[in-house]
Design a protein around this ligand. Sequence first.
Ligand SMILES: Nc1nc2c(c(=O)[nH]1)N[C@H]1C(S)=C(S)[C@@H](COP(=O)(O)OP(=O)(O)OC[C@H]3O[C@@H](n4cnc5c(=O)[nH]c(N)nc54)[C@H](O)[C@@H]3O)O[C@H]1N2
Ligand SMILES: Nc1nc2c(c(=O)[nH]1)N[C@H]1C(S)=C(S)[C@@H](COP(=O)(O)OP(=O)(O)OC[C@H]3O[C@@H](n4cnc5c(=O)[nH]c(N)nc54)[C@H](O)[C@@H]3O)O[C@H]1N2
Ligand code: SF4
Ligand SMILES: [Mo]
Length: 751
Amino acid sequence: MARDEVKVCGCHLCWHQCEVRLHVEDGILKHVTGNPNGVTGGGYGCERLAGVPEFHYSSKRLNHPRKRVGKRGSGRWERVTWEEALDDIAARLLAIREESGPEALAKLGGTIHGPADWASWRFFNQWGSPNSFNTGKDCGQANTIVECTMYGWDSLGVAPMPGKSRNIVLWGSNPPESAAVKWNSIRACQDRGARLIVVDPRFSEAASYADLWLQPRPATDGALGWGVIHILIEEGLYDKEFVERWCTGFDQVTEKAKKYSPERVSKITGVPVGKILRFARAYADGPTNYVWSLSGCHYGNGAGYAAVYTQAVIRAITGNIDREGGNPMTGPLPNQVDWYNAMGWDLLVEHLEHSDRDSVTANRFPVCSKASLTRINGAIKKAWGQGYGCPLYFLYPSSRGIYDAIRYGEPYPIRALFIHAGNPLVTLAGARDCYEALKKVDLLVGMDFFMTPSMALCDYVLPAASWIERPHTMLYWGVSATAIAYEQPLPALYERKDDYWLWKELAHRVGLPYEWPDTLESMYDLILRPSGRTHAQVANSSQYYFESDTGREFERYAKEGRGFGTASGKCELAPSALAACGLDPVPDYVEPPQSRSRTPELAREYPLTLISGSRVRPYWHTSYRELSSLRWRHELPETQMHPETARAFGIVNGDTVLVETPLGSVRQRACVTTAIAPDVVHAEAFWYYPEQPAEDPYLFGVWDSNINAIIPDDYDVCDFAGDHPYRGLLCRIRKAETPLDFERPVFNEFD
Ligand SMILES: Nc1nc2c(c(=O)[nH]1)N[C@H]1C(S)=C(S)[C@@H](COP(=O)(O)OP(=O)(O)OC[C@H]3O[C@@H](n4cnc5c(=O)[nH]c(N)nc54)[C@H](O)[C@@H]3O)O[C@H]1N2
Ligand SMILES: Nc1nc2c(c(=O)[nH]1)N[C@H]1C(S)=C(S)[C@@H](COP(=O)(O)OP(=O)(O)OC[C@H]3O[C@@H](n4cnc5c(=O)[nH]c(N)nc54)[C@H](O)[C@@H]3O)O[C@H]1N2
Ligand code: SF4
Ligand SMILES: [Mo]
């Protein structure tokens, strides 16, 4: 008789980490369901759960360490033992450090993938390299920097509260596709009478539920932001008490806002004056929860800075910072969790015996430098007792800087690169630059679940155990206040190892003089040490989490003399820490790096505005296209365009189209829809084809449909933090001669 078991754990197919039940029969994982009693995810689960058994057993999973034989990217590998791989990698790292210094080691990683991220940071902090990059660079870095310099912590980590939030503002985010769990709470707020306000150049699914929808020209959000501030001040709608008691820099904001009359802003953005007025008036009639959004981080040189800045000012002067129903600040993890010290964050700038060089792009983007980090984090420590959970948000170098250091040795050489839980050839603008760097670097090591285009170029590819095969504590990079623990549900298959194990083994081999407990679980014990409980004890207790949310306090800046975590202790509307980096602390709106008025000649050749990468279920960025149990839901990439545009370019729905920029073209399938403005097209990001050949130059079709192959990463198009212009640049389209095709693989091939 089959022995049935149900194991509870946190799903990490995406960053929500919903609590789920694994249904196991005779040791075989059969299916996965949401846990209705779970503390996270509300018991829902999502359609991706149907793919979990295939994800776990797929014949495409990496199961053994491999070493490249033949040329890089030739697709020829030999199987090696973990010992052989680790000994060789460690020896080469030591040799590189000896010759070129610890900063010659870099990493490219993704976003919130668990121990792959934090164990690598811990290693880098101790080893002494500031050249650690995660896609946090494009996933909110600009927001985090502006928020942390303005209010001394971020304010975007808490979902709207049913019955408390009067307005919910989705300014460039579409949670029905990107955040199902949050979307459920937004709908619950609407049921309790909250208004939903959406700002989006597309009539997104979220917009279809909105009480008010603004459709700006892409990347002009900074102008819109200034227009809203103008109205809030002109009509006296801002929170005067808060501004007088707690803010500095209001006069500078008032002065600048004068330039942005609703009429002028309407001309720039294309949003009617009446809608801008309604938006500002509704926003001020709060509490208003501005939902975390990253689109402001994607507009490029100056346009993004103005967007994230003005949105941060609006949250502040409407009195929504750290208010119930508005935008509460999470603050640090509870003090039972010693995340900050366990990561060794302060080693990034202090106590380094052999690292005195800053990151490769600290000079180009001074806001992301050790001096800036010290300044911002120093003020935060004064108010909160410890630094920001993920101070890398103040330091990430630009990915282009890493490629240039590899290709040209400027400003100093990078010679060893790890791609750990990342897929930079697909996720980052400038894929061609990335390709050249990956081909050139002396040592390239990758660790992932699957052979991806980026893995295909590595010298070593190491097989990662997934969330089903490792113990888990939700740590969210230290930027959330919740930590939930689960025991390891199933043994790791084959030679898959958890991501912590890689860095621990390397730390031992290169002789880092710090504690690296033997297992991931004992590392969690170390992080949980102040609680007096072990990871297993927390995981098995009835309350298997710590949460400073319990009995959440608001307006903590007003209590115990804390103030805000800024140099002045005030909410700095003209942040001194930005001015100290040579930035205008009250930035004007500027046009995106390419636009009809900024680059008129280019606009004649490329008359359309490109936005890219809006989230599409069931995928998680580049992930899950190899799973036939999910792929059928969305087989090929789509480019959305208005019927008028389609007609003008001779395209009909379903045609294969070429999206072209000065960097080249990619193929996607045309989706003709009135949900997008006539001169805007939206191309999907994150595409490669796991069913196509792995070897160079195919690399799973990475040059065919990957929009990041034709989006530039030059320093001058990137924004103040070096983040990439995924939205708002120019493009054109035409019908492709050869159609995209997809032959559906055999279903459930893993059985
Ligand atoms: N054009 C365009 N580009 C964009 C964006 C856009 O909007 N438009 N958005 C940007 C943003 S916001 C982000 S966050 C990035 C996303 O970029 P990423 O987070 O890097 O993308 P993912 O596909 O989620 O993950 C990359 C790889 O990590 C592997 N992985 C996942 N979990 C683990 C793990 O636990 N261990 C190991 N070893 N590997 C793991 C996956 O299998 C996958 O191959 O893309 C950015 N790029
Ligand atoms: N299914 C799925 N969900 C995901 C992810 C995933 O890969 N797949 N990734 C996760 C990650 S890392 C992130 S960062 C989030 C991102 O998720 P969201 O914050 O929801 O962001 P996007 O889906 O990238 O884009 C949201 C909206 O921004 C609009 N937009 C584009 N250009 C502009 C503009 O110029 N101005 C304005 N105002 N709006 C614009 C787009 O039309 C789109 O509807 O999603 C997370 N959730
Ligand atoms: S939303 Fe879906 S994929 Fe994400 S954690 Fe929850 S169940 Fe897993
Ligand atoms: Mo992201």
